[in-house]
Write a protein that binds this ligand. Structure first.
Ligand code: GAL
Length: 916
């Protein structure tokens, strides 16, 4: 039911209760459940090794609540690793030449069934007071094909690794008792052709609401700016999950970024039938709105309150939104807030050095800031649904986004995902374009593509008429390109863009992909065996950053360009094979260290002065040879000096670069930047000495003590004068003290097979197995007795004893001594037990469980096992061309984190990060 706010209806239905801004507490809570998970690898093809899951006579698909093996709430996960999410087990895996090229040779996926399934288990906190609420478990994204179980109930499965999930679990819960969620993620099959990670790599939440509540993604806020005010409309979908009809009033108010109410709407009442939902539309007027813009990404919150017929607050829902106008013109390009803005964009996948796909919110910010620092204003999420955290970061920091669905098609599989994407993301001011597909080679150039794109586009417009729709096309022009509203050009080499504009004058044109100047950071001569690539004049998809930018900048009718890619990513190491594990399309490497092409784009994209010269000046053996020195700069003129001698002063061409052929002699390159004929900037590059010391520099030296915030730290190798040695590959060892932990390391070297992470591991050793009595026998005592040796431990290892009861009324003895039955609930550190090196005797005497017949899972069990924990190895990483990256995360407590880097023959260094 859509109830438009007409005066008559408003009078009829307006609630009498006075508007109160949230003096009562709403029943809605949405708590992040990122901590407290247990994790272990299962198996993609062997059910025994997959913790016996799916082996029951009746499977979980046969009888509800029959989730077995690790999906069962009684499963013993005491020997699983404790982790928090976001978590990506692919990044933990070793590299293997037999693994997937497109996924960066990490040993998971096809051919690696033993490392392709990950299990996660966690208890949920559900009190007796929660009875009567609706309770859902929500995941922002799990890679992939995640089956979710709560207390053994199968609650759903999502094939895509990029779609957010939400499951109603209200009826399956033990209120005031123990509740267990289990997730089986299966990354055996790949979805994309690039590294995608594995596991619960985005946030998870426990959502509790009243039975009548704002529906999932239940608000849609749109704005229209008129001079000094903005008309804000909000549609709210109210879901009634109770068993009787409900009349509720919906209140709206707008809060500014300090939480102050700046506008409110008259309340509207709505009657929603049991099991039904209804929609109310309300309008608000915002005076002197602060617009959302690239440099001032101002956000508002729509506070939606739902009150019952007694005037009691039952739900409070917050929608972050921005007031801004966007317009695409087929002849003049893109306009933001009425101002022409060329899209200076990059495509990006979702992985970073060290952490893979498991990116914390702070890491999202780090990456978006790095792109913004270059002068970039746009980001294409290739090729899947954005992570909510990424969009929040783009909203917060001011970055325009193309948000994309994974697969083209017109069936439920495709439309459900597309609908989901739009309903979830349409309130984000950063999102300006929906992309319905990328390089669909089977259809892009033919009639199928023309039809499918049109159908998807119409579908999108019904859900969100405020944004345009694109699809990115490579070689196949003539299909999708004939029906799509905003034609996405993947690489100008594939067709005649001007001709397309002439043939389709009403079509918007966006450069959805274009070649960067491909390069390995800091490399100037190719070494194919190491996958080291010098800056390419003609990259694998044709051209380079300069050609691409000039093309789009010269054509006002185009909205702009998105380079492939902003950051290097794992997989697709074109044009190399193993041991190349990273792509090198990035303007920045996979740590975010800029390559030379970064300075080209920064020169012409940002307003900041840039003066960058390259290559470095360490070329022993090349004395007397000619080396080309280039300058990326936006100064009017640049003059180059080699060892004090001028090589000429040259005028910088608009959107261009400068180059000098000079004779190499060790010493110093000096560039001078001129404005109005005067020297206003200088940049020196010196031949360095040997590696002498390490330096550490954080992106932020103060972080929040919240267990999630990070500091991204650069390790540099310096010579005695303090210059970064541009060829240094020294190995650094890291130690950390205080409330911080290292969660990953990287260096941007595309052929480095060093681990990204060092994690502790836990192994379970069973001491014999035991088969219980037949289901029919319940009145005869059972006895289990075993003789065992103390586990042999290697240095640093620790052991815990795991006991499983073989029946009820149990008497437990160890070496003749009676033990407390509470030990069954724990993983008991062996040092707390008085164990002998060998010949220990453990005995359990019990009566069979009553429910024995129904408990197939305990008919064969290990009454005694050990969990052996091997601690993580010390973190270490080689520098690559002088640099490496260390990512340090808060453990949750406040205090000083001290990170130390040391290595052979180099001066060690310490850094303090304060967490508060
Ligand atoms: C494009 C494709 C990207 C990536 C790139 C590598 O054709 O859309 O996903 O594969 O090529 O060059």
């Amino acid at each position: 039911m859509l109830l438009k706010k007409l005066p008559l209806l408003a009078a009829l239905f307006a609630a009498t209760a006075a508007f109160s801004s949230s003096s009562q507490a709403s029943e809605r809570t949405r708590d992040q459940i990122n901590d407290g998970w247990k994790f272990a690898l299962g198996h993609a093809t062997d059910k025994q090794k997959d913790f016996g899951h799916g082996l029951g006579y009746f499977s979980y698909l046969a009888k509800t609540g029959f989730g077995d093996g690790a999906a069962s709430p009684s499963f013993d996960d005491r020997a699983w690793r404790e982790i928090s999410i976001p978590h990506d087990w692919a990044v933990e895996a070793e590299f293997s030449p037999d693994a997937s090229y497109s996924h960066g040779f990490k040993a998971i996926g096809p051919g690696f069934p033993e490392s392709s399934v990950g299990w996660y288990r966690r208890e949920l906190d559900i009190s007796e007071d929660d009875l009567g609420k609706r309770i859902r478990i929500e995941f922002d994204g799990i890679y992939r094909d995640a089956a979710v179980f709560v207390n053994g109930f199968f609650v759903g499965q999502e094939p895509s690794g990029f779609v957010s999930q939400s499951y109603d679990i209200t009826e399956y819960l033990n209120y005031g008792g123990k509740n267990v969620v289990a997730v089986r993620a299966d990354a055996y099959m790949e979805e994309g052709w690039y590294y995608e990670g594995a596991g619960i790599y985005r946030h998870a939440y426990l959502l509790k609401t009243a039975p009548v509540h704002v529906a999932r993604y239940g608000t849609y806020v749109t704005t229209e700016v008129e001079k000094n005010k903005a008309a804000v409309s909000v549609e709210t979908k109210v879901a009634n999950d109770s068993d009787s009809a409900a009349t509720v009033s919906v209140f709206q108010s707008i809060l500014d970024n300090k939480g102050k109410e700046v506008a409110k709407a008259e309340s509207l009442s709505i009657e929603v039938g049991a099991g039904k939902s209804g929609v109310v539309s309300q309008d608000l007027m915002l005076k002197k709105p602060k617009l959302w813009d690239l440099d001032s990404p101002n956000l508002y919150t729509m506070l939606t309150q739902v009150k019952d017929s007694e005037g009691e607050l039952i739900d409070e829902y917050r929608t972050s939104f921005g007031v801004r106008t966007i317009r695409f013109d087929p002849n003049e390009g893109f306009f933001l807030n009425g101002r022409s803005v060329k899209l200076k964009g990059s495509n990006n996948h979702q992985d970073h050095a060290g952490v893979g796909a498991a990116m914390s919110d702070a890491m999202q910010d780090f990456r978006i800031k790095a792109l913004k620092d270059m002068g970039s204003n746009a980001y294409r999420v290739s090729h899947h649904h954005a992570s909510p955290a990424l969009l929040e970061s783009c909203d917060r920091l001011g970055m325009l986004v193309i948000d994309e669905t994974r697969l083209m098609g017109i069936n439920e599989y495709h439309f459900d995902q597309l609908e989901h994407l739009i309903l979830r993301d349409r309130n984000h001011p950063s999102v300006i374009v929906w992309s319905v597909g990328n390089e669909e080679w089977g259809i892009e150039g033919n009639i199928f593509g023309a039809r499918i794109a049109k159908r998807m586009q119409d579908f999108v417009h019904r859900l969100d008429p405020t944004r345009v729709v694109t699809a990115a096309v490579s070689g196949g022009w003539g299909g999708i390109s004939s029906t799509i509203e905003a034609f996405g050009v993947n690489y100008i080499k594939h067709g005649d863009v001007d001709q397309q504009h002439e043939d389709y004058p009403d079509q918007i044109i966006i450069g959805t992909e274009e070649t960067t100047t491909q390069q390995t950071r800091g490399i100037y001569f190719e070494d194919a065996a190491l996958a080291h690539q010098h800056p390419k004049e003609n990259g694998s998809s044709g051209g380079n950053a300069e050609l691409g930018w000039k093309f789009y900048d010269e054509r006002d009718y185009t909205a702009g360009v998105f380079f492939w890619t902003g950051f290097d990513y794992r997989g697709e190491p074109t044009p190399y094979e193993w041991p190349a594990v990273l792509s090198q399309f990035g303007i920045l490497d996979n740590c975010g260290f800029p390559k030379d092409g970064y300075y080209y784009l920064k020169s012409w994209w940002s307003d900041e002065p840039v003066l960058h010269i390259f290559p470095h000046w360490n070329w022993p053996g090349k004395e007397g040879e000619t080396i080309e020195v280039r300058a990326h700069s936006n100064y009017e003129e640049v003059e180059l000096f080699v060892n004090g001698e001028s090589q000429g002063r040259k005028e910088m061409p608009h959107n261009g670069h400068l180059a000098w052929d000079v004779e190499y002699a060790p010493g110093e390159l000096l560039a001078k930047g001129y404005t109005d004929g005067k020297v206003v900037a200088e940049k020196r590059v010196r031949t360095t000495g040997e590696s002498a010391a390490f330096a550490l520099e954080p992106d932020r030296s103060e972080i929040k003590a919240n267990g999630q915030d990070i500091s991204v730290i650069t390790l540099s190798v310096l010579d005695e004068r303090g210059d970064v040695v541009p060829t240094a590959d020294d190995l650094a060892f890291f130690t950390i003290e205080g409330p911080g932990e290292i969660i990953g390391v990287g260096n941007g070297n595309p052929s480095s097979l060093e681990p990204d992470q060092y994690n502790e591991s836990v192994e379970k050793i069973k001491v014999g197995e035991w088969v219980g009595p037949k289901a029919s026998i319940t009145d005869q005592p059972v006895v289990f007795e075993t003789t065992f040796d103390s586990p042999e431990l290697e240095k640093g290892q620790s052991a815990r004893m795991l006991l499983n009861p073989v029946g009820k009324d149990l008497k437990l003895t160890l070496n003749g001594k009676l033990l407390d039955n509470a030990l069954f609930d724990e993983a008991v550190p062996v040092e707390s037990l008085d164990l002998k090196a060998s010949g220990n005797v453990l005995k359990m005497e019990a009566m069979p469980f009553d429910e024995w017949g129904a408990r197939e899972d305990v008919q064969t069990l290990s009454p005694l096992a050990f969990a052996i924990t091997t601690p993580a190895e010390q973190y270490k990483r080689k520098a690559f061309n002088g640099l490496a990256q260390i990512i340090v995360q808060s453990t949750g407590e406040a205090g000083e984190i001290v990170l130390k880097a040391e290595g052979e023959g180099l001066e060690a260094v310490s850094l303090i990060i304060s967490a508060h």
